[in-house]
Design a protein. Structure first.
Length: 449
C-alpha cells in the first residue's frame, strides 16, 4: 500500500468512525435510582416455608430506571427492581402514571424484577403462598403504595438526565446456573440436573457518555435469584453483581434483568459467600463482554406490547373444588376457597389469563424481548434460535408474574414448573398445551417476522 492510499484509507476510517459515533449518539440515555429497602421488618417473598418477618439487611434493594430518547424524540424506559415479582396491579398502576405524567405509552415502559427471594412480599405477588396476618398484610399494602411512588421517582430522575450516549451491546458467559429439574423414576424433582438444558449467556447493554465513561450497564442472566433463603433483605447474586459492576465502573448505574431462568438455580447455594461469589462471576462476565467487540446499537427504537389471552386447561367443577376444600394441603384448600368465592360472585372461572409480551427493537441492531412470568429456559433458547442470538436480549419476570411459564416439553414432563407451582399463584390448573406456541407466535408477530 503506498502512502497516499494509506492516508486515504485512514481518512475514510476516521470519517466512518465519526459518522457512526454521531449516528449512534443520536440516542440519549438517562438513569435514575431509588432505594426500596423496607424501613420496617416485613414478610420476605418467595418461599412458603418462612415463619417470621425480616431481621435486617445485607445491602439495599433498588429500583433503577434506564430511559432512552431516540432521534425522533420518542422516549422509552426500562425499570429493574430487586424484587421477587412485578405483579400486573403494580405494573398497570405505574404505567398509568407514566402515561399521564410523561406521555410515555404502555409499550414504551418495561417493568422487570430480579426475582430475589430476599425481598418483601408485595401486593398481589404470589397471592396464595403466605397467609399473612392482619399486621403483615397492612404493611404489604403500605409498602406497595410507597413502592409505586419510588419507581415513578426513579423514572422521573432518568428522564431528567437524558444525554447523548453511545449504546453498544454484547454477550458474556457465566456458568453457575444449573437446570433444577432432575429426572427420576418418580418423575421430575426439584434438584440439580446435570443433563438438563441451560442458557449461560450474559447479555449486556452499555451506555457510554460522550467522554467515554460508562453511564449505565444493563445485563441479564437466566437463573433463579435464589442462592439465599434467610431472614435478611438482599439482592442475592444479582444484587452482588450490580454492586461489583458499580465498583468496577464508578459513576455507572448497573441494572439486572432476570432472563428465562424459571427452571434454573444457582449452584452451589445457600450461603451468603456463595451469593457474593456468583455475583462476582456475573460481574466478571459483564466486564469481559464489554472488553470484547461490542455491536453498536442504533435508533429508532420501535416498541410493541400486547396482552394475549393465555389459555388454561379445563376448569374444575364446583364439586371438585368442594372436595379440594377438605385437602390436607393448606395451599390447595386455600386456593379452592378463593375459586369458590369467584364462582359465587361471577358464576364462572376465567379460563385464560391476560399474558404480557413486549418487544423493543433498536433499529435492526438489538431486540429486547420481555415476557411475563417465571419463564423456563426453553423460551430464550428457542427465541435465540429462531430470531438470531446476535440480536436477542430476552428478559422474563417482566410486566407481570402470573405463574411459571412452561414450554410444551416442561408442561408434559410436569413437576413444579410444569404444574405444581400453579397452586401458589392461585390458578386452578396447568396451562393448556398451546402455551408455548401462543407465546412464541406473538413474539414473532411483534418482531415483524
Ligand atoms: Zn421462582
Amino acid at each position: 500500500m503506498n502512502p497516499s492510499t494509506m492516508l486515504r484509507t485512514a481518512t475514510v476510517l476516521v470519517s466512518c468512525t465519526t459518522a457512526s459515533l454521531a449516528a449512534a449518539q443520536d440516542m440519549k440515555v438517562g438513569v435514575g435510582r431509588q432505594v426500596i429497602t423496607p424501613e420496617k421488618p416485613m414478610w420476605l417473598a418467595g418461599y412458603a416455608s418462612r415463619i417470621a418477618p425480616s431481621e435486617g439487611k445485607v445491602h439495599d434493594l433498588w429500583a433503577k430506571a434506564l430511559a432512552f430518547e431516540d432521534e425522533t424524540g420518542a422516549r422509552a424506559v426500562i425499570v429493574t427492581t430487586d424484587l421477587l415479582t412485578m405483579p400486573a396491579v403494580l405494573a398497570h398502576a405505574v404505567a398509568a402514571q407514566v402515561q399521564e405524567r410523561w406521555n410515555i405509552p404502555r409499550e414504551r415502559l418495561m417493568l422487570t424484577a430480579s426475582h430475589t427471594h430476599c425481598s418483601p412480599v408485595i401486593q398481589d405477588g404470589l397471592v396464595n403462598m403466605y397467609g399473612l396476618d392482619e399486621t403483615q398484610a397492612a404493611l404489604v399494602g403500605e409498602y406497595s403504595e410507597g413502592l409505586r411512588v419510588l419507581i415513578a421517582a426513579s423514572i422521573e430522575q432518568a428522564l431528567q438526565n437524558l444525554e447523548p450516549c453511545l449504546l453498544t451491546w454484547g454477550v458474556g458467559e457465566a456458568n453457575f446456573a444449573g437446570n433444577r429439574r432432575k429426572y427420576t423414576l418418580d418423575g421430575v424433582t426439584n434438584d440439580f440436573n446435570p443433563i438438563g438444558v441451560v442458557d449461560h449467556d450474559v447479555p449486556v447493554l452499555l451506555a457510554k457518555r460522550s467522554d467515554g465513561s460508562p453511564k449505565a450497564l444493563l445485563f441479564g442472566y437466566a437463573c433463579h435469584n435464589t442462592t439465599l433463603s434467610f431472614q435478611l433483605f438482599c439482592g442475592d447474586y444479582a444484587g452482588f453483581a450490580q454492586l461489583a459492576v458499580e465498583k468496577a465502573f464508578p459513576g455507572c448505574t448497573a441494572m439486572f434483568a432476570a432472563g428465562c431462568g424459571g427452571d434454573q438455580n444457582p449452584y452451589p447455594r445457600r450461603e451468603l459467600a456463595l451469593a457474593e461469589q456468583h455475583g462476582k462471576s456475573l460481574a466478571a462476565a459483564v466486564e469481559s463482554a464489554i472488553q470484547a467487540d461490542m455491536a453498536v446499537v442504533k435508533g429508532p427504537l420501535r416498541a410493541t406490547y400486547k396482552e394475549i389471552p393465555l389459555a388454561l386447561s379445563e376448569p374444575p367443577t364446583r364439586d371438585m373444588l368442594e372436595e379440594q376444600l377438605k385437602s390436607a394441603d393448606k395451599y390447595v384448600a386455600r386456593r379452592a376457597q378463593a375459586l369458590i368465592a369467584t364462582l359465587d360472585s361471577s358464576g364462572k372461572l376465567d379460563t385464560s389469563y391476560p399474558y404480557p409480551v413486549q418487544v423493543w427493537q433498536f433499529s435492526d441492531t438489538l431486540q429486547l424481548t420481555a415476557l411475563g412470568g417465571e419463564v423456563v429456559v426453553d423460551y430464550s433458547l428457542r427465541l435465540k434460535y429462531e430470531l438470531g442470538r446476535e440480536k436477542q436480549f430476552v428478559i422474563a419476570y417482566a410486566n407481570d408474574v402470573p405463574a411459571y411459564i412452561p414450554s410444551l416439553r416442561v408442561l408434559r414432563e410436569g413437576g413444579y414448573e410444569g404444574a405444581g407451582a400453579m397452586v401458589y399463584y392461585g390458578l386452578y390448573g396447568p396451562w393448556a398445551p398451546a402455551v408455548e406456541e401462543d407465546i412464541i407466535s406473538v413474539v414473532h408477530e411483534l418482531s415483524g417476522r
